[in-house]
Design a protein around this ligand. Structure first.
Ligand code: ATP
Ligand code: MG
Length: 235
């Protein structure tokens, strides 16, 4: 069959294929952890928290929705988020990923990384001869991306080198007015980093304090209860 080029539909197809490829590349670059792939804000539940914490969670979600709606304007100022609670498993990473996915869908360049993996990647790049992934390209990705999620900030052992690496990344992003979203088990004041880092984070972050409650513990309890019930049904 003869191939007939239709300038209207074929160029539209080409265009949507290209868009798809760009979106796939962005998705791969974002590096969202498998555990949280396909997680959206709509599946962020409030009923998994104790009744007395639900207002706090509802307010957090309200702030986040407003943040996403007004993102174009906030982005111009490089205004990010600092999401924290001392309790492990309260939902900080899940929320950060949900926001990142939403902004990714809107066409922004997003990158997710834990603070420890950033440091490990930099160290690993010293051993590589591969010129595609040297320290400067890595730092370039981290400083240039529209939105960087630094998960578990403050869990790493802080040495002078660690301070300097994060100062470089955070200061560069500060200077370029790029958005950074942090999750942490520490308040900003508790972070053991230099003030040159924390004061920049303070200026450029909306603070989101999570309830001191572990959804992870609740999930674990539900899983164990479910298993016990199944075993009882078998007996
Ligand atoms: N609001 C929620 N609705 C549904 N699932 C949730 C919610 N919050 C947390 N979870 C689930 O609970 C688990 C722990 O959440 P998450 O990893 O986001 O906690 P965290 O606060 O980042 O913990 P950590 O301090 O250890 O980093 C995950 O499996 C997550 O999907
Ligand atoms: Mg986390």
């Amino acid at each position: 069959m003869e191939f007939i080029y239709n300038p209207v539909t074929d160029s539209a197809k080409e265009c949507s294929c290209r868009q798809l490829r760009i979106q796939e590349r962005r998705q791969a670059f974002a590096d969202i952890p498998v555990h949280f792939s396909n997680i959206t804000l709509d599946t962020f539940r409030t009923d998994v928290y104790e009744q007395y914490n639900r207002l706090q969670i509802a307010n957090i979600l309200k702030t986040v929705r407003c943040y996403i709606d007004e993102f174009e304007e906030l982005k111009a100022d490089g205004l990010g988020l600092y999401i924290y609670s001392h309790t492990k498993g309260s939902g900080k990473t899940r929320l950060a990923v949900s926001i990142a996915s939403e902004l990714l869908k809107q066409g922004h360049r997003v990158k997710f990384a834990t603070a420890i993996s950033i440091l490990n990647e930099i160290k690993a790049s010293w051993q590589r001869n591969d010129s595609n992934i040297n320290e400067s390209t890595l730092l370039n990705d981290l400083t240039q991306t529209d939105i960087l999620v630094i998960d578990d900030f403050g869990q790493e052992k802080i040495s002078e080198w660690v301070n300097n690496e994060f100062y470089h990344i955070i200061n560069e992003r500060y200077a370029l007015s790029k958005v950074t979203i942090y999750t942490s088990n520490c308040t900003l004041d508790e972070l053991m980093y230099d003030e040159r880092i924390t004061s920049r984070i303070k200026e450029k972050s909306i603070m989101l304090e999570f309830p001191e409650e572990s959804v992870r513990d609740l999930i674990a309890k539900n899983n164990n209860d479910m298993m016990k019930n199944r075993i009882q049904e078998i007996r």
